[in-house]
Design a protein around this ligand. Structure first.
Ligand code: SF4
Length: 377
């Protein structure tokens, strides 16, 4: 009888422990407590300690790196980071820069809303926070382009504050480690992952712990083919034990990505300069310089006839260029004319200008357009 009642009490205690603060479906609490310690020990030996934003580490440099890394891998972002801080070394310099300078420095990294938000946020920091990034989660998330996970990563990496992050890498690791079913983008699944991320926070070493989570996701628990044999938490990882690493995290429910087309007009004048048009301030490729572009051939021809002193039919047709956005695929269909001029009444202006080849490097130009111009000029 006594034994039964003791084991009932033990079960009760276990049940209470399990109810706070969020359910961990399979991995138990003892394992959860050890998670951070094992990750930190692994990080000391195998983590990334030589990233450009770590030396020196400042709130501005951490913030810039976090924004660049939102959609870009470390090895791609690193040279852009170096170039950016060489030109705009602190938040005040960024706030005072022109939009063209910021977009030019970002050119080639893609997802340009990140650069526009970064610039707008720097200006707000000058207005509201004395030219510094605020050391406060709510004040950071009130700035453009900074969500909860990015704010937490800035606070923990710049100041060592104790906040959980939940970027794509961490979602993947936790979904696998705890065997979480359900697409992580669903609010209920995301809430569960946040609670798990918070339950693992170590009492100290937040800067290292935040980097360790990112490093584990980027170098060991990779999307395809995770290197479980090298993983510090392999002994109780649910996905590894159950052979479900390829299934988890659950992918986004299938949705066909629409295909769109655009006619691209590539005009060169007698001196070999290229005509570029500045995109409108909102929408895809906002405020970047591109080749004049139209949704269909009829619109392209109409624009050509009103703007260019040449025959539309005299074009060279070039191979199409495919580009994938997050929400649709775009096929660019370029045509090129050499030694042409604009009609006298059009002239070039602030949003439609001839540029010499040497000027292109400093301009914000979408990557597929830059590639097209540079590959076939
Ligand atoms: Fe990821 Fe494998 Fe480590 Fe589990 S054991 S967290 S699946 S790398």
């Amino acid at each position: 009888m006594k034994a039964t009642s003791q084991s009932a009490k033990a079960n009760d205690r276990k049940a209470r422990r399990k109810s706070a603060p969020a359910p961990a479906p399979v991995a138990d609490n003892t394992a959860a407590d050890a998670f951070a310690a094992r990750l930190l020990a692994w990080f000391d030996v195998s983590g990334r300690h030589d990233l450009p934003w770590q030396h020196p580490r400042s709130p501005y440099r951490v913030w810039l790196s976090e924004i660049m890394l939102q959609q870009t891998q470390v090895k791609t972002a690193a040279p852009y980071f170096e170039r950016f801080v060489a030109s705009l070394p602190d938040l005040r310099a960024l706030a005072a820069a022109s939009q063209d300078t910021v977009l030019g420095l970002w050119s080639g990294l893609g997802y340009y809303a990140r650069a526009r938000n970064l610039h707008a946020a720097a200006k707000l920091c000058v207005e509201r926070h004395g030219g510094e990034l605020p050391r406060d989660l709510d004040a950071l998330t009130a700035l453009p382009g900074i969500g909860r996970s990015t704010a937490a990563a800035i606070l923990s990496q710049a100041w060592g504050d104790r906040h959980a992050i939940l970027d794509g890498n961490v979602k993947r690791v936790l979904a696998r480690y705890h065997g979480i079913d359900g697409f992580p983008g669903l609010p209920a699944v995301e809430r569960q992952l946040w609670a798990l991320a918070e339950s693992h926070l170590p009492p100290t070493r937040m800067t290292d712990y935040t980097q360790a989570q990112m490093d584990l996701g980027a170098t060991v628990c990779t999307r395809a083919d995770p290197a479980c044999m090298l993983c510090p938490v392999q002994s109780d990882c649910v996905a590894r034990i159950q052979g479900r690493t390829a299934e988890l995290p659950v992918p986004k429910p299938g949705k066909a990505v629409p295909q769109r087309y655009a006619q691209v007009l590539w005009l060169l004048d007698r001196g070999g300069r290229v005509l570029l048009q500045r995109r409108p301030p909102t929408g895809v490729w906002a405020a970047l310089w591109t080749l004049p572009q139209h949704e269909d051939e009829e619109a392209a021809e109409r624009w050509f006839e009103t703007h260019v002193d040449a025959e539309y039919a005299d074009a060279e047709t070039l191979a199409p260029v495919a580009h994938a956005f997050s929400h649709y695929k775009l096929e660019l269909r370029p045509r090129r004319w050499r030694a042409v001029a604009l009609r006298a009444r059009v002239g070039d202006n602030d949003d439609l200008r001839w540029f010499a080849r040497a000027e292109l490097a400093a301009l914000g130009i979408p990557a597929p357009i830059r590639k097209l111009i540079e590959a076939s000029a």
